[in-house]
Design a protein around this ligand. Sequence first.
Ligand SMILES: CC(C)(COP(=O)(O)OP(=O)(O)OC[C@H]1O[C@@H](n2cnc3c(N)ncnc32)[C@H](O)[C@@H]1OP(=O)(O)O)[C@@H](O)C(=O)NCCC(=O)NCCS
Length: 172
Amino acid sequence: MTRQNPDIEYKVEPLGTSHDRVAFSSGVAALDAYIQRQARQDLERNLAAVFVLTSDGKTIAGFYTLSAHSIQATDLPEELAKRLPRFPLLVTLLGRMAISQSLQGRHLGVFLLIDALARAWRGSQQVASWAVVVDAKAGARDFYLKHDFAPLPSQPDRLFLPMKTIEKLFAS
Ligand SMILES: CC(C)(COP(=O)(O)OP(=O)(O)OC[C@H]1O[C@@H](n2cnc3c(N)ncnc32)[C@H](O)[C@@H]1OP(=O)(O)O)[C@@H](O)C(=O)NCCC(=O)NCCS
């Protein structure tokens, strides 16, 4: 996907060696430390797939990570849980997501979220995934609630969006 902003065209691509990780700053120290020091290792060890938002192939305007994960049906609201099996449900974890502080509030976050959901949905067509799950940090919980995620009753900062709902956004 690409996004015009309106004169800057952003694209999302896998984190590579050309991206300037050190310069990235979202204002959340843990997320900045992650992209600066941990993300490449996670990528190399197959612990997370890391994608960056960039307009020039170098500057990181934002990033997100996706990994395979699992949750228990019993962690879900009862109405959903009673229709699901009792073994762990495979899900896609949107582990970390951030937009550069200087670019926040310009709808790049929602653009990046839609890209992550689309990517998770495409992946789920090859390896099934019941939902996208996110651990909301540092005041971002309302951002995900606004975009249709719902909290797990047992862990209110862990939010989920069923792949069935995501599918409706992208399936033609
Ligand atoms: C949270 C974050 C990713 C949002 O990205 P952004 O580019 O600033 O947000 P957008 O401009 O795309 O916002 C889209 C909509 O969500 C709303 N929104 C954005 N951040 C929000 C927040 N923290 N809480 C509630 N709503 C929020 C916006 O008001 C906007 O609403 P609108 O469509 O009615 O205009 C970004 O602010 C960020 O990286 N924050 C610091 C790091 C962080 O907390 N990451 C999340 C870790 S789980």
